[in-house]
Design a protein around this ligand. Structure first.
Ligand code: PLP
Length: 406
């Protein structure tokens, strides 16, 4: 079944708004996605009628809030194919999920002289925590190369996997180029050698079906705000036996079994990693976002966005002096580009005057920008609520931009 995109657009209130006196053309979903009415309503209804803290109260409101919160955990587990809801740890975002692993698993498993393998296309969120860990532990970072079209060099990655490699951490989908990495293949290369894997799924979960059981990775991280849910809700998926073997992350309420001044025993997984009051309403909204996506169908979303990517690629090639960066065969609907005479920030500013929201900059991927030989790019990222009209408006505005900077 294909998507009824006009109906979908009507379900996202912000898409009916105007910017700079023009209809909003939102092409920055890779930075953060817009929210459907059901998500906004789920949150305001929770605050208006069901709000209380979780896991503590004996009274009805609190126990109902706890049931709702835990029900979202079970829905997330089903949505990404986790074997058990206890494998789902709620965090604020993908960044926090990766830092959690670095600070817990990393501190116990990375020793002086060990190596952590990353790829050239990582977001800073999947570089900096490992660099910080490596410098604390006396370990080093190795980086797998990509080719000029933005495809990961698997041979290079395999060459880097040696006896000191303890972890391979890599993006499922590149936020700056759209490249979709062969996750199962990379995981299998690592697993054959007993190496742990962490997948940064921030740009994958919103756009394609993800099944962590098939991918077979040890850890999988993503952010709710890119999955059409609220900011403040994110997920770390970890294999149960790994999570159980890890020390806690933050200490405090809710993550303990018993506390005395002499000693503390910790709660079971996943509570062990969820100290303090979480962003309860965001988790509730996140649950509504997952229900919404499941109703549309991730296969349908992925097929629709792929069609739009092909259309946008073809149309952008009509713009004089425009060069797209990243043309992997397996590619998500992300279009990074540069124009001959205009700096990406200037492109962003001119488009903004037309009500078009794109991202301009290094996309938190400075090593990748350096590899591609540019300081920055302009990036249009598409979602299932975008249309060919949005793409046409982008192309018209870019043609106008080229004339301004000619
Ligand atoms: N990883 C990738 C590939 C991303 O695109 C992003 C955000 O753009 C992140 C990690 C970090 O996400 P967050 O800022 O939600 O933690």
């Amino acid at each position: 079944m294909s998507l009824d995109v006009e109906k979908i657009r009507a379900e996202f209130p912000i898409l009916a708004s105007e910017m700079r006196g023009r209809p909003l053309t939102y092409l920055d979903s890779a930075a953060s996605a817009q929210k459907p009415r059901v998500v906004i309503d789920a949150m305001s209804d929770f605050y208006a009628a069901h709000y209380a803290n979780i896991h503590r109260g004996v009274y009805q409101l609190s126990s109902e809030a706890t049931v709702e919160y835990e029900a979202v955990r079970a829905r997330v587990a089903r949505f990404i194919g986790a074997r058990d809801p206890r494998e789902i740890v709620f965090v604020r975002n993908a960044t926090e999920a990766i830092n959690l692993v670095a600070r817990t698993w990393g501190e116990e498993n990375i020793a002086p002289g060990d190596e952590i393998v990353l790829t050239m296309m990582e977001h800073h969120a999947n570089i900096v925590p490992w660099q910080m860990l490596a410098s604390r532990r006396g370990a080093s970072i190795r980086v797998a190369e990509i080719d000029d079209s933005g495809v990961l060099d698997l041979d290079d990655l395999e060459r880097l996997l040696g006896p000191r490699t303890k972890l391979v951490a890599f993006a499922h989908v590149s936020n700056a180029l759209g490249t979709i990495n062969p996750v199962a293949e990379i995981v299998s290369l690592a697993r054959e050698r007993g190496i742990v894997t962490l997948v940064d799924g921030a740009q994958a979960v919103p756009h394609q079906p993800v099944d962590v059981a098939t991918l077979d990775c040890d850890f999988y991280a993503f952010s709710g705000h890119k999955v059409f849910g609220p900011s403040g809700a994110g997920v770390l998926h970890g294999r149960l036996e790994r999570l159980e073997a890890m020390p806690p992350f933050l200490g405090g309420g809710d993550m303990i079994e018993s506390v005395s001044f002499e000693d503390t025993t910790f709660a079971q997984v996943p509570q062990k990693f969820e100290a303090g009051t979480p962003d309860i309403a965001s988790i509730i909204g996140f649950g509504a976002a997952i229900d919404y996506l499941e109703e549309l169908g991730m296969n349908e979303i992925s097929a629709y966005e792929h069609g739009l990517l092909l259309y946008a690629t073809e149309r952008l090639e009509e713009v004089p002096g425009l060069r797209i960066l990243g043309d992997a065969k397996e590619k998500a609907a992300v279009l990074s580009f540069v124009l001959d005479d205009a700096h990406p920030h200037d492109i962003g500013t001119v488009l903004d005057a037309e009500g078009i929201a794109i991202r301009a900059g290094h996309h938190c991927a400075q090593p990748l920008m350096k590899r591609m030989g540019v300081p920055a790019t302009a990036r249009a990222s598409l979602a299932f609520y975008n249309t060919r009209d949005d793409v046409d408006r982008l192309v018209d505005a870019l043609i106008k931009t080229t004339k301004l900077f000619a």
